[in-house]
Design a protein around this ligand. Structure first.
Ligand code: GDP
Length: 568
């Protein structure tokens, strides 16, 4: 403002403030003085850097129709995954070739009438209020899957509440109608209890009887979704900088950060500078849901983005910004915010630790300290979300750390410091971490179903720990070469690196610390002979039951499942 400091000090004195030139004054006083000096003041906040990032309005005339975004919800085992798979594979067979095994968290299909539909493929398990709530945020339509032989179950009801809370219309897919004990009418009646009235019951909710395994009525389901979408009259402006949401993000060894984005308005192009959460990047490449490179992605299109500097979190909103400076400005501010929040939480935790000790003394409150590692951000969040809901005044779960990737030595150190248990979801501990855990007496448990994980913690907390199946690692082997053998299929030539490998036992295929496959060992051979077991240091040939896609460099973990007492 080019005012002299002495003038400011004089004015302050007039107001009764005895201030020195180096003193700090608060914002209100500063405003007063500045106005006194004849300047116009506009108060700004740090958070103003976020301004204009999202939700700039579009003119009605710029809007064009966009495909609906659909999330499938329902009780566990009612067929969410099967239905998604069936829809996707039918469509791929009928349309473009290849690429169906790739999991990208969202994909687009073409309905029989030619219109496009986008599906969000959140992990198909039910314990995920968090994830589903997220799904619903980007979702236009919820398909509620209810198995005709099982009827309305707890997670069906949860899904209904979520869809209602998000004010998202529902379509009921009554699945498994191929089963002899299927009772679709019963499903319709049961739904009435939860204020879901299908058309034949005098309501407005559309319903379709389907079979995911027999692929019955899948076209009809797609048509119904199309119909519902027409009613919603979904529109977005494709000609503007893109905005979207992160569906999933992971760190890929070869490609760096890979984020699956659902574009919601505008068009995303390679070369765009994007921010999501506290991360930013220049879009190096865009990959469609079939794995092909594309130059641009319009509204309702799911794409994978390469080029983020670090992994954003699932559910983060993404926006294109004008330049790198702007991107840095926004992400610096957010990173700062995030750090402050974490610091606040850490202090709160210390406080509660003291409280906890008191509680422990007075009421005997127990805490289950846990360290969670998962293969993708979404799973980790879902697990933490569900765990936080467990517990009462007497017991509770305390998540010390939740992250993405293999279990490392530092996870073990953290767990050891607080006597925590480490839970790995679709990830494994590396060798150093395993050794450290053994030294420190820390338990590492592996899961591939979130529900099982939650259930185990719950049971441990309720002191209901019954003897159960528990696995013991027998040994690991590394794949050196893959042979094709007629009739048998692919055989992995391996060296056993530690322990032993036994025929007929359970095996797990691990690539970059992530579990690719679980199953049983079909054959185990040394040279040409079938053997019962192979010791560390020796080479052998292994083939899996019903699985072929092993690769050189993969690790094979062999383990035994036995029934023993549990503790957590
Ligand atoms: P999710 O937990 O909801 O994802 O359920 P899944 O898709 O994993 O399906 C659970 C089980 O139900 C699997 O064993 C499927 O094979 C079976 N299933 C799914 N859809 C059908 C169907 O339409 N008919 C029959 N008979 N079985 C089905």
């Amino acid at each position: 403002m080019a005012e002299r400091a002495v003038d400011v000090v004089r004015l302050l004195m007039k107001q009764g403030h005895m201030a020195k030139i180096t003193d700090l004054i608060d914002a209100d006083t500063a405003q007063l003085i500045a106005e006194e000096l004849g300047h116009t003041v506009r108060r700004v906040a740090e958070s103003d850097v976020e301004e204009g990032l999202f939700d700039a309005a579009d003119d009605e005339g710029e809007l064009a129709s966009r495909p609906p975004v659909v999330t499938i919800m329902g009780h566990v085992d009612h067929g969410k995954t099967s239905l998604l798979d069936a829809i996707r594979s039918t469509n791929v067979v009928g349309g473009e070739a290849g690429g169906i095994t790739q999991h990208i968290g969202a994909y687009q299909v073409t309905s029989p009438s030619g219109s496009k539909i986008t599906f969000i493929d959140t992990p198909g398990h039910a314990a995920f209020s968090a994830m589903r709530a997220r799904g619903a945020k980007v979702t236009d339509i919820v398909v509620l899957v209810v198995a005709a032989d099982d009827g309305v179950m707890p997670q069906t009801i949860e899904a209904i509440s979520h869809a209602k809370a998000a004010k998202v219309p529902m379509i009921v897919a009554i699945n498994k109608i191929d089963k002899p004990d299927a009772k679709p009418e019963r499903v319709r009646t049961e739904l009435l209890q939860y204020e879901v009235q299908v058309e034949s019951m005098g309501g407005e909710v559309l319903d379709v009887e389907v079979s995911a395994t027999k692929r019955t009525n899948l076209d009809k389901l797609l048509e119904t979704i199309g119909l519902q979408a027409e009613l919603l009259d979904l529109k977005a402006n494709p000609d503007r900088p893109a905005e979207g949401t992160v569906v999933e993000a992971k760190l890929d060894r070869g490609r760096g950060t890979v984020a699956t984005i659902l574009v919601q308005r505008g068009t995303l192009r390679t070369g765009d500078i994007v921010v999501a959460g506290a991360e930013w990047g220049r879009v190096r490449a865009l990959l469609s849901d079939t794995g092909t490179t594309v130059d641009a992605a319009g509204p309702s299109t799911p794409v994978e983005i390469l080029g983020f500097n670090a992994t954003p979190e699932a559910g983060d909103r993404l926006a294109v910004v004008a330049n790198e400076a702007r991107a840095r400005e926004v992400t610096d501010y957010r990173a700062h915010q995030k750090r402050e929040k974490q610091a606040a939480r850490a202090t709160a935790m210390r406080g509660s630790l003291e409280q906890m000790m008191n509680q422990l003394k007075t009421q005997g409150r127990k805490d289950f300290a846990l360290v969670i590692k998962a293969d993708v951000q979404g799973s980790s969040e879902a697990i933490v979300g569900s765990l936080e809901k467990l517990g009462n005044e007497e017991v509770g779960a305390r998540v010390l750390h939740a992250g993405v990737g293999g279990i490392t030595e530092s996870d073990v150190t953290l767990a050891a410091a607080s006597g925590a248990v480490i839970l790995g979801f679709n990830v494994r501990a590396n060798k150093e971490a395993r050794a450290a855990a053994e030294r420190a007496g820390i338990e590492i448990r592996y899961y591939n179903i979130i529900y099982d994980l939650i259930d185990d913690v719950k049971k441990a907390m309720s002191g209901m720990l019954a003897p159960t199946l528990r696995e013991t690692t027998l040994g690991t082997a590394q794949i050196l070469e893959i042979f094709k053998v007629s009739k048998v299929g692919n055989v992995a030539g391996c060296r056993v690196t530690d322990g032993t490998v036994e025929r007929g036992q359970h095996v797990r295929l691990i690539r970059d610390n992530v579990v690719i496959h679980e199953g049983k060992l079909a054959t185990l051979r040394r040279v040409k002979d079938d053997v019962k077991e192979v010791q560390a240091g020796q080479e052998c040939g292994m083939s899996f039951e019903n699985y072929q896609d092993m690769r050189v460099g993969d690790l094979i973990e062999c383990y035994r499942v036995e029934s023993i007492e549990r503790s957590l």
